[in-house]
Structure formats: structure tokens, C-alpha cells
Design a protein around this ligand. Structure first.
Ligand SMILES: Cc1cc2nc3c(=O)[nH]c(=O)nc-3n(C[C@H](O)[C@H](O)[C@H](O)COP(=O)(O)OP(=O)(O)OC[C@H]3O[C@@H](n4cnc5c(N)ncnc54)[C@H](O)[C@@H]3O)c2cc1C
Ligand code: SF4
Length: 340
């Protein structure tokens, strides 16, 4: 690890003034420190934000919840309000990493964790994300964990967060504080940028900007929420494919469906067209198959990750069958209760 300055922020203004152009904030450190040890990230200054008061709370907010950026993943998953009204989030969090890591990992850090593309973690390999213009060693290489939608010639890396997939299905908003003290709120899709020709730019955050909270809208009482993650091991592994679903039924008709997918895109992947084609329809295997066709229409795969097409299709169909009552619900599916 290269030498760096370690500073503690006494508040948000202090964090902003210390941040400058090149500093990195540190929250749980479970991703940043690994990357620094490997010299994939080499910040000259690391600013500890754990010392800032008030960012570790879960509070009521306009019928929903506001989750402070320093709320630990373990605490968020166990929070009674989250378990009752946003079980998809609780389940996604518990499907990620290990108990020890979840105890340290934070909401903001989880959203901003870097891809798990193996070539990104090896400074001896060419990687446009780590070293813009260097090329992409993953092309023609091991692509099992790579994305199949939203990729570009420059980069095919997938976003690794489970939590972000659930938050995408829940239509969460991210609160960002600028260096001038002004706060803006962006949707998840706005937070994450597609790689295009600049895969090194992953989010809409400008230097020194800090995520302060995630805002969840009021839950749809009686909706069904589900998270299914398919991975190489039963635990401690990133998603090959994951599906988060929030589905509201009106009798035998789908009143509303919000689906998001992990492991297949450079950001938690959602497709408005897929959600729209499910709305107002009677559940059927054929309908869900058509939704999968639409979702995967633009998929680009190679030999190493072509299996993700069929895996995504099957996961979508299975989750929707459960959520709409066509099949008995598994342990990954819950009925939503209202917030207290
Ligand atoms: C072995 C292992 C297995 C894992 N498995 C999974 C898994 O299955 N699923 C999954 O989703 N995750 C998994 N993870 C990833 C883990 O969840 C992340 O490392 C963690 O969530 C990052 O949170 P953190 O608080 O430690 O972030 P840090 O490491 O502190 O920070 C990560 C990045 O976010 C930035 N940052 C942090 N907070 C803010 C903020 N408020 N505003 C602006 N920038 C900020 C930092 O500067 C840094 O660039 C795994 C990690 C490990 C080590
Ligand atoms: S896929 Fe992206 S992250 Fe992986 S080596 Fe290529 S440029 Fe780097």
C-alpha cells in the first residue's frame, strides 16, 4: 500500500473542504482498503466519514424511510421497519458478503463499491476502467461475472451490489451533498453511468460530493416483494444473476410490477418497457417469457457468459410466478406490511 494522508471529518462541511479533487472518503473500508492494498486505487488522502454525526440513522420520511449513508448493512437488514415494509431490501442485503463484512459495510459504500471484474483487480492486466485507454483484458478472457446489457466496446464490467438491485426495484432516490453544501436527489439510474467510452466514470458524483442518504418511497401495502440470487456458492459470492421484484396484484391482474436485475448490467438493471408490459396483464408463463425476451433483446454475450441469458429468463419467470401466486412462494418472497 502506498503512503497516504488519513484525515477525520468533523462534519459534512469539513468533509467537503478536506476532499479536494483526489481524496477518497472511507466508510466501512471493506472495498476501498482492498483496492488500496492492490494499488488499484491510490488516493493521496483518505477522509474518514465515520466521525460525522447523524449519518447512521434510519428515519421516517414522507411515508417512507430515509437511510443514512453510514447505516451498516447488517443493521439495515435487521431493522424491523425494513423487514416489514421493504423485505426485498432486507433479503438482498442478507444475500451479500458475510456477517462480518455486513457489520462494517455501509449503505453509501455499498452503492459505490467497485466492480468485481477480475482484470480490474490486477494492475498487471489492461483495464480501461482502472487506466483509461489501456484496453480491456476481459475481451476474449474470463467473462463469467461480466455484464450482458448496457456494456460497451470499452468495458463489460457488472455492478456487484445486491442492495442496489433491491433499491432500484423499490424506486429509491439517493441524496447527494455537494462541496458548496447544496443537496440534490437523484434516481438510481441517474447515479450510475453506463460505461460508453469512459468506463472510469461510474457515477454522476463530482469530486468531493458525498452521499448522505438513500430515500425509500412509501411501501405499497399488500404488494409482494422477492429477491432471488443465483451464484456459484451458497454464500460469500457475488451474483451471476439476481432479480428483485415488487409486485402488486388486483384480483387476477398485475396492477404494478417493478423488476430489477443484478449481475447482468453495469448498474442495477431495470427496464421500464418490461415493467410496463406486465402492468394490467393476467399472469402467465407466456407473458413472463415475453418480458424476458424484451429484457434480453439487446443482450451481448460471449461464450463465457452466454448462460446468463437463460439464467436470467428462468429467474424472471420463477420470481414472477411466485409473486403473482402462480406458484407457491419460496423463502425469498414476502408480503409487505405497512410501516408503523
Ligand atoms: C469477500 C467479499 C464478499 C462480498 N460479497 C458481496 C456480495 O455478495 N454482495 C454485495 O453487494 N457486496 C459484497 N461485497 C462488497 C461489500 O458489500 C462492499 O465492500 C461494501 O458494501 C462497501 O461498503 P463500505 O462502507 O465498506 O465502503 P468503503 O470501502 O468504505 O467505500 C467504498 C467506496 O465508496 C466511497 N464512499 C463510501 N461512502 C461514501 C459516501 N457516503 N459518499 C461518497 N463516497 C463514499 C469510498 O470513497 C469508496 O470509493 C463483498 C465484499 C467482500 C470483501
Ligand atoms: S471489463 Fe471493464 S473493468 Fe473489466 S478489464 Fe475490461 S475495462 Fe476493466
Amino acid at each position: 500500500m502506498r503512503p497516504f494522508d488519513y484525515l477525520r471529518a468533523s462534519g459534512l462541511d469539513d468533509a467537503a473542504s478536506k476532499a479536494g479533487e483526489t481524496a477518497q472518503f472511507i466508510a466501512g473500508g471493506t472495498n476501498l482498503l482492498d483496492l488500496m492494498k492492490l494499488q488499484v486505487m491510490t488516493p493521496e488522502t483518505v477522509i474518514d466519514i465515520n466521525t460525522i454525526d447523524g449519518l447512521d440513522r434510519i428515519e421516517a420520511h414522507e411515508g417512507g424511510l430515509k437511510i443514512g449513508t453510514l447505516v451498516r448493512n447488517a443493521d439495515l437488514a435487521a431493522d424491523p421497519q425494513v423487514r416489514r415494509a421493504y423485505p426485498v431490501l432486507s433479503r438482498a442485503l442478507l444475500a451479500g458478503a458475510s456477517g462480518q463484512i455486513r457489520n462494517k459495510a455501509t449503505t453509501g459504500g455499498n452503492l459505490l463499491q467497485r466492480t468485481r471484474c477480475p482484470y480490474f483487480y490486477d494492475p498487471a492486466m489492461a483495464c480501461n476502467k482502472r487506466d483509461p485507454g489501456a484496453g480491456c483484458a476481459a475481451k476474449g478472457g474470463i467473462s463469467r461475472m461480466l455484464a450482458i446489457l448496457g456494456t460497451s466496446a470499452a468495458c463489460s464490467a457488472a455492478h456487484p451490489s445486491d442492495m442496489a438491485v433491491a433499491m432500484r426495484a423499490l424506486d429509491a432516490q439517493v441524496e447527494i451533498r455537494g462541496t458548496d453544501g447544496a443537496t440534490r436527489t437523484v434516481a438510481m439510474d441517474e447515479l450510475y453511468q453506463l460505461p460508453g467510452e469512459t468506463p472510469e466514470i461510474e457515477t454522476c458524483l463530482k469530486p468531493g460530493e458525498i452521499i448522505t442518504a438513500v430515500i425509500l418511497p412509501a411501501p405499497q401495502a399488500n404488494a409482494t416483494q422477492s429477491y432471488r440470487k443465483i451464484r456459484d456458492r451458497a454464500s460469500y459470492a457475488f451474483a451471476l444473476v439476481s432479480v428483485a421484484a415488487v409486485v402488486e396484484m388486483e384480483g387476477d391482474t398485475i396492477k404494478q410490477a417493478s423488476l430489477a436485475f443484478g449481475g447482468i448490467g453495469p448498474r442495477p438493471w431495470a427496464d421500464a418497457q418490461v415493467n410496463a408490459m406486465l402492468k394490467g396483464e393476467t399472469p402467465s408463463e407466456a407473458l413472463f417469457g415475453k418480458a424476458a425476451d424484451t429484457l434480453l433483446a439487446e443482450a451481448v454475450t460471449d461464450q463465457g457468459n452466454d448462460f446468463k441469458r437463460e439464467m436470467t429468463r428462468r429467474a424472471l419467470i420463477a420470481v414472477m410466478r411466485e409473486a403473482t401466486g402462480m406458484a407457491p412462494a419460496s423463502t425469498g418472497t414476502d408480503k409487505v406490511e405497512a410501516l408503523a
